[in-house]
Design a binder for this molecule. Structure first.
Ligand code: ZN
Ligand code: ZN
Length: 245
């Protein structure tokens, strides 16, 4: 059985006191972390999740609420966890230079350090399924700021398939990209359509019938969504939510 743990479920701005995007998926072959927002170390510590458990970090795009936690995740692995277990960081094209550049800008240069564990960076492609460590990954582009190289994923650790939207506005191919997933973790930043590059509850409601997915859970909740979540007809994630699949 796979377990999904929502480490962070807020929009970029920490609405409702939530943490930024990070979702742990545990399967029979290992564990992966989908996105690593700036608050991820705090979330993992709060939930009692050992960083050493994570075999692979899969980044959806280069916005800080999705990859801003990587520099200090890596430094904690090095100095606090005494990590020896390999770590793969997988994401859009330029993943390695973006992460190294981010770390440098934050004052934590990665290049000058000795890494006592194998640290590798891998770029996803868009043609079919790829295998990275314990995960089979199918990537697709999303409707979000192009410079952030936005991607969504279908991921399997040998069991159920989990689709993840990353950040996106509505685009007509989205249902096809997530079709067949047992769980679709979908961003829903707004109640009403506000921007082309984030989804709203209105749009998800309008298109729900076209999405052939087993279970749909909304995350990346903005302030209105946080306030209204008890009154809507969709499941929403909270920090710390654990699901068995
Ligand atoms: Zn975001
Ligand atoms: Zn974004």
């Amino acid at each position: 059985m796979d377990e999904v743990i929502f480490v962070g479920t807020s929009d970029a701005f920490g609405s409702g006191g939530r943490r930024q995007s990070a979702i742990l998926v545990r399967g029979p072959r290992g564990s992966i972390l989908m996105d690593c927002g700036a608050t991820t170390n705090t979330g993992l510590a709060d939930l009692g999740i050992d960083r050493n458990e994570i075999d692979l970090i899969l980044i959806s795009h280069f916005h800080s609420d999705h990859f801003g936690g990587l520099p200090l995740f890596l430094l904690a692995a090095l100095y606090q966890d005494q990590r020896r277990h390999p770590l793969a960081i997988v994401g859009p094209p330029e993943i390695e230079e973006r992460v190294r550049g981010l770390a440098r800008a934050m004052g934590h240069d990665l290049d000058s350090r000795q890494w006592p564990f194998p640290l590798s960076f891998h770029e996803v492609g868009l043609a079919g399924e790829q295998e990275f460590g314990p995960a089979q990954v199918r990537a697709f582009q999303t409707q979000h700021q192009a410079d952030a190289r936005p991607h969504g994923y279908q991921v399997s650790l040998g069991g159920p398939t989990i689709a993840y939207s990353g950040d996106t506005g509505w685009f007509d191919a989205l249902p096809e990209r997530v079709a067949g997933a047992d769980l679709f973790v979908c961003e829903c930043t707004f109640l009403n359509r506000a921007l082309d590059f984030h989804l709203s509850l209105d749009e998800i409601s309008e298109h729900r019938a076209t999405m052939d997915v087993g279970r749909l859970i909304l995350t990346h909740l903005g302030s209105e969504m946080v306030a209204q979540r008890e009154e809507i007809d969709f499941e929403t994630a909270d920090d710390g939510l654990r699901l068995g699949l």
